[in-house]
Design a protein. Structure first.
Length: 156
């Protein structure tokens, strides 16, 4: 198998209840502009903000069933090591996504090292395919994304 290389941090995902409001708050704080993209097929609205070379995705589910159940089993806020990781509204860090030249290589390395992989088959995502490493094995959800030639990122 051809060795894969991580080429960049593709994005940092944050779960939010209102992508537009979160984006506006970050824009006013950081003095930059982003945009909100609605992806009805995935029942998702994403606020996209690039600051200092790092892209943040503020992910809001638009599925009323999921939206109502997102944090119902958590005692909010959630704190760990003195840091709040999920706020009183159920919002918080979701995942870090790495772009790779060979997703099969990185998913294979995870399995080879005894780490769980969330999906049996990579799923379509934005301009390519993705898969996730089990957060229990790497402290938080890590996503690997690989572009597919000819596919454009709908968020750009």
């Amino acid at each position: 198998m051809v060795e894969g290389k991580v080429t960049r941090v593709h994005h940092i995902g944050v779960t939010v209840n209102d992508a537009t409001a979160t984006l506006h708050a970050w824009e006013s704080l950081l003095g930059c502009k982003g945009k909100v993209v609605d992806i009805p097929g995935h029942k998702l609205k994403i606020g996209v903000l690039n600051i200092a070379g790092v892209t943040f995705f503020f992910n809001e589910t638009t599925d009323p069933v999921k939206k109502g159940k997102t944090a119902e089993t958590l005692k909010l806020p959630v704190e760990l090591g003195g840091h709040q990781i999920v706020n009183k509204k159920g919002e918080g860090m979701s995942h870090i996504a790495f772009e790779t030249t060979n997703i099969d290589y990185h998913i294979g390395k995870a399995r080879e090292n005894g780490m769980g992989v969330m999906l049996n088959k990579h799923k379509d995502a934005l301009e390519g395919v993705c898969n996730f490493i089990n957060p229990e094995d790497v402290a938080l959800p890590l996503e690997f994304m690989m572009p597919v030639e000819g596919r454009k990122n709908p968020l750009e």
